[in-house]
Design a protein around this ligand. Structure first.
Ligand SMILES: [Zn+2]
Length: 432
């Protein structure tokens, strides 16, 4: 048999590829001869773990059938997943129709952990979760962005340390730390090229975190993570074309097209907030340009517009106790809810700008659903009624079936996405 230079592992590997279609893409991209045994082990382990995770409980015989791998290979890899990785456990034997009863393995979601962080301009929200993305604990701290980049890194590290120490969890029990950051990331997700929210330009974010955190780190744009969270655990599970829009301190979109999260050519897709909506606007965006959606419809812009144009008659004078600096988007919506004419005009003007942007997205990408999250979207009918009306009035009749509704996880959308990012990357859940 000297003519066959591949090992039984290689043959298993090929069967694995043939039985799972998405792996064929992988084969097309790589020179198959360069795939060494370590790589094959990794891929086969990923295939098996994926099945155990998805089915939650499965027999070794079923794993052999589904993956196309040889029984000894499956046994060896399952042993490793159970005894070394502690990501599954044996739970006895199932029924058999004669012969040896099948050994059942079950996904072990509770012995290892995952950390997720939503690094927002105002708040760092950190969670500790099990491998089913069930949140066990949360720690929030102010970002401290006014004190500079190093202060934000220090606060982020402090969130991680608190999450671990309160439960006495060792870093090696954590499979990864996912971080959602508001900004434009390099394609390899190591550098924040530009973050208007934080005022950062070209910071080596991943390297600086790796110097002080010993857990594997996975970074992604925060709104893209909202989309990933919806795709993995929320309303996007069975959808192939949907958009998640965050309307909070800033505005951005996470796009899922043809079942895939869209990165863009340079990794910068989804900068919806910097779409020009009012070219003649005098309002300057944090990016330095005029007329951006974010400068017209974000929570920050609603607050600043109301402060700068406050009328004597407005209820806001009373609500802010004579201190206009206290006026923020939440207060403006409260005044709108109390029938304050000025506040209503400010909110409706912002919603009008947002509806123009959304209509452009709908016409361009033809999504079936748009999910809106972020603080501004938490204002009930005051936000949703005029928004639906405005979008409907602008949209082509052919697109009228698009559903626009709240994001599933509300203020936890990015955090859930950061958990999904780690679980996807480490356990091979294939969410992207
Ligand atoms: Zn801008």
């Amino acid at each position: 048999m000297v003519c066959i230079s591949v090992s039984s592992e290689s043959i298993d590997f090929f069967f694995g590829l043939l039985s799972l279609g998405h792996q064929i893409d992988y084969m097309a991209k790589r020179d198959i001869h360069k795939v060494d045994s370590e790589e094959m082990n990794r891929i086969n382990r990923r295939l098996i773990l994926q099945q155990i995770r998805q089915k939650h409980s499965i027999s070794r015989a079923e794993l052999v059938k589904i993956t196309g791998l040889a029984p000894p290979t499956v046994s060896r890899i399952v042993d490793r997943i159970v005894n070394k990785d502690r990501l599954a456990r044996y739970v006895g034997v199932g029924n058999s129709n004669g012969g040896r009863p099948p050994v059942i393995v079950e996904f072990n979601s509770s012995e290892k952990y995952v950390l997720g962080i939503d690094l927002g301009a105002t708040l760092i929200r950190g969670v500790l979760a099990d491998l089913d993305a069930e949140i066990i604990m949360e720690v929030d701290l102010p970002s401290g962005k006014e004190e500079g980049y190093e202060a934000v890194i220090d606060n982020l590290v402090s969130v991680v340390n608190r999450l671990l120490s309160r439960r006495g969890i060792a870093p090696d029990s954590v499979i990864g730390l996912g971080i959602g950051v508001a900004g434009l990331l390099s394609k390899d997700k190591t550098i924040v090229h530009f973050s208007p929210d934080f005022g950062w330009t070209n910071v080596a974010f991943k390297k600086d975190l790796e110097a002080v955190i010993s857990i594997p780190i996975f970074i992604e744009n925060s709104t893209r993570l909202m989309a990933l969270g919806e795709k993995g655990y929320g309303q996007g599970k069975d959808l192939d074309n949907f958009i998640v829009v965050n309307v909070g301190y800033g505005i951005a979109a996470g796009l899922v097209i043809g079942g895939q999260l869209v990165n863009g050519g340079n990794g910068f897709s989804g900068e919806f907030g910097h779409m020009t909506i009012e070219p003649d606007s005098s309002v300057i965006c944090d990016c330095g340009r005029k007329g951006c959606l974010e400068a017209l419809a974000s929570g920050r812009s609603i607050g600043s517009y109301a402060r700068e144009h406050l009328t004597k008659e407005s209820l806001l004078n009373e609500m802010c106790h004579g201190k206009p600096a206290r006026i923020d988007a939440k207060m403006v919506f409260e005044a709108y809810g109390a029938n304050d004419h000025f506040a209503e005009q400010v909110c409706k003007q912002a919603i009008r700008s947002l509806s123009i942007g959304l209509t452009n997205l709908i016409h361009l990408l033809d999504p079936t659903h748009i999910f809106i999250g972020g603080g501004v979207a938490q204002n009930g009918d005051l936000f949703w009624r005029p928004l639906h009306k405005e979008v409907t009035s602008r949209m082509l009749a052919t697109h009228k079936n698009v559903q626009i509704s709240p994001a599933f996880f509300k203020e936890y959308a990015t955090t859930i996405g950061s958990l999904a990012l780690v679980l996807d990357s480490v356990l091979g859940l294939d969410l992207r």
